[in-house]
Ligand binder design. Structure first.
Ligand code: NAD
Ligand code: UGA
Length: 464
């Protein structure tokens, strides 16, 4: 079967970019991305393609090429489901904030709503593709909902987890390390569905890089990949603390171990802590699944990755307070960067949020500059924590348009996100306009310690 019409439910960080690339590479397939969020869809349709709701290097060019040709964004979910022969579900699966599994399990209510909507609308056979990251065996629940509430049509369910990282989504999608497709390998219809999705990716991905497995392996591989990646960051961050008390340097240690081909050099960058919408959520979900099978040792093992990450964020903030003579009350502290990593405007679970919150509890005055994150977002992130009133947050935090403005008259500057532009700031001028001693905390190992110390900064970098 050749897929001619694709619908994707969810126009977020995954649905938007993945569908833009499928449309770009497969001009004969009509791709419609739908969402209930009208504002988001309007932004995807903005005539000025630079205004699309997600900032990713290279994405606006891809959208400009395909939008209106075979890529469409719409709020008419029913119509898109009806027209499609393949439906991707790419809605959010956040950590539950209520009831059983609160704070750990993935909240699957949006997934279930999609399944019920598809079942209600579908009048012919459809292939359903899980694009969202889901607990292992979710496909089973989806199948039961679809088969029991549908109109007697046949649904094949595939798992096709997404491995793109934000900030590099377009290159990751153009040249994926692998595409993973899980399906029912034991039935003819299942194998046909798998082949249909393989054919979509085969427009630009070489067959060797398209891996097919059973559904459960595919679902679990996604959680496993994120757990392993986050574990590497927590492992190197654990070493960063040990480096700081032993005069070892974490960057030298990372290089030395990374040259062992069994370990490899990537993902060994010590930091103020990993953020992003997925690492924490997916590990908590893994921990919850392990616990629900009674595998307590497995659960505890993975939970430690999160505990270490929480410790790293707290430790960085505490270091600032301690270094500033044990008080930051009334002191201006500039945070450079708010996004959870460079080249994205996404701030979900960003370490900056937690460091700012800690410093605000110590009555610091925080000034933030991030090249891509709006004031509205920064305040919303802090309000969401609920630590203090919205008025207080607005009194204590200021958002400015340049790094220089953030640092002027500050007691301390902390680099929270590794934006390239921070490397080439006029640090000499910044030093001149800061209060003395001028403290600089590099949470990303971005800056040149020697050069900045020579300028007069009291310089602290994670892991040295
Ligand atoms: P997101 O919050 O940016 O986007 C999800 C969108 O789904 C939202 O716009 C929301 O309005 C929409 N939605 C929710 N319910 C809907 C419904 N019933 N009908 C129509 N639209 C609905 O989330 P995201 O970052 O794109 O993540 C989506 C999934 O992909 C998650 O499971 C996540 O774990 C996974 N994932 C994310 C990334 C990433 O880099 N962000 C990478 C790989 C996998
Ligand atoms: C991560 C994975 O890399 C993707 O493969 C996956 O698809 C995605 O999660 C997901 O499931 O959502 P992402 O969170 O976008 O992607 O970005 P990463 O590059 O993985 O960075 C995550 C966090 O770890 C960032 O805060 C980053 O600064 C931090 N990090 C990363 C480090 O501190 N050190 C490193 O060496 C690498």
């Amino acid at each position: 079967m050749k897929v001619k019409n694709i619908c994707c439910i969810g126009a977020g960080y995954v649905g938007g970019p993945t569908m833009a690339i499928i449309a770009q590479k497969s001009p004969e397939i009509t791709v419609t991305v739908v969402d209930i969020n009208e504002k988001r869809i309007a932004a995807w349709n903005d005539p000025d393609v630079e205004q699309i709701p997600i900032y990713e290097p290279g994405l606006s060019e891809v959208v400009a090429e395909a939008r209106g040709r075979n890529l469409f964004f719409s709020t008419d979910v029913d119509a898109a489901i009806d027209a499609a022969d393949m439906i991707f579900i790419s809605v959010n699966t956040p950590t539950k904030t209520y009831g059983m599994g609160k704070g750990m399990a993935a909240d699957l209510k949006y997934i279930e709503l999609c399944a019920r909507q598809i079942a209600r609308v579908a009048k012919n056979d459809k292939i359903i593709v899980e694009k969202s990251t889901l607990p292992v065996r979710t496909a089973e629940a989806l199948k039961r909902i679809l088969d029991n509430t549908g109109n007697g049509v046949n649904f094949q369910i595939l798992s096709n987890p997404e491995f793109l990282a934000e900030g590099t989504a377009v290159t990751d999608l153009h040249k994926p390390d692998r595409v993973l497709i899980g399906g029912d390998l034991d039935s003819e219809k299942g194998r046909e569905a798998i082949q249909a999705l393989v054919d979509v990716y085969a427009h630009w991905v070489t067959p060797d890089n398209i891996l097919t497995t059973n559904v459960w392996s595919s679902e679990l591989s996604k959680l496993t990949a994120n757990a392993f990646l986050a574990q590497r960051v927590s492992s190197i961050n654990a070493m960063s603390e040990l480096c700081e008390v032993t005069e070892a340097d974490v960057q030298e240690v990372a290089k030395a171990i990374g040259m062992d081909s069994r370990i490899g050099p990537k993902f060994l960058k010590a930091s103020v802590g990993f953020g992003g919408s997925c690492f924490q959520k997916d590990i908590l979900n893994l921990v919850y699944i392990a616990k629900s099978f009674g595998l307590n040792e497995v659960a505890d093992y993975w939970e430690q990755v999160i505990l270490m990450n929480d410790h790293q964020k707290r430790r960085f903030a505490a270091k600032i307070v301690k270094t500033l003579f044990n008080t930051v009350s009334g002191k201006k502290i500039a945070l450079l960067g708010w996004a959870f990593k460079k080249d994205t405007n996404d701030t979900r679970e960003s370490a900056a949020i937690y460091v700012a919150d800690y410093l605000l509890n110590e009555q610091a005055e925080i000034v933030v500059y991030d090249p891509k994150v709006t004031q509205e977002q920064i305040l919303a992130d802090l309000d969401y924590l609920g630590t203090r009133s919205e008025e207080e947050n607005r009194k204590l935090i200021t958002v400015v348009n340049t790094a220089e403005a953030a640092c002027a008259e500050a007691h301390a500057v902390a680099v929270m996100t590794e934006w390239d532009e921070f490397k080439t700031l006029d640090w000499e001028a910044i030093y001149t306009h800061m209060l003395k001693p001028a403290f600089l905390f590099d949470g990303r190992r971005l800056l040149d310690k020697e050069a900045l110390t020579d300028l007069g900064f009291e310089f602290y970098a994670i892991g040295s």
